[in-house]
Design a protein around this ligand. Structure first.
Ligand code: FES
Length: 117
């Protein structure tokens, strides 16, 4: 019998409002929070919005999320059998689900296109 772990994952946008959705994911000791999120997207809900790039290299910072209230890199944070609540970063504009706008304001296209730059 496969052990499972429960994840409560924030879903939605700033326009629709956010809510938590629970998923049961097959648990493998040593798996990361990102492993579980990728499993959810591959097996349960392909619309789950997550962002990552380097996976375990701890170099891109794109997988940053809140896990049980702490800012972590989802690719390096180990999941425990008790599960986790995964939410987008606080204080950032939510694009959808766990994806936030992490681009510095001065690098936004609108700011780059301002006259005088
Ligand atoms: S995916 Fe790059 S730091 Fe996590």
């Amino acid at each position: 019998m496969t052990k499972t772990v429960s994840l409560s994952v924030a879903r939605g946008t700033e326009a629709t409002g956010m809510s938590l959705q629970d998923f049961n994911v097959p648990y493998v000791e040593g798996m990361s929070v990102l492993d579980a999120l990728i499993w959810i997207r591959s097996h349960e809900d392909p619309t789950l919005a997550i962002r990552y790039s380097c996976v375990n290299a701890n170099a891109c910072n794109e997988c940053s999320v809140m896990v049980d209230g702490e800012v972590i890199y989802a690719c390096t944070a180990r999941l425990t059998p008790k599960g986790a609540k995964v939410e987008p970063l606080e204080g950032k504009t939510i694009i959808r689900d766990l994806v936030t706008d992490i681009v510095p304001t001065k690098e936004h296209l609108a700011a780059a296109l301002k006259p005088g730059r």
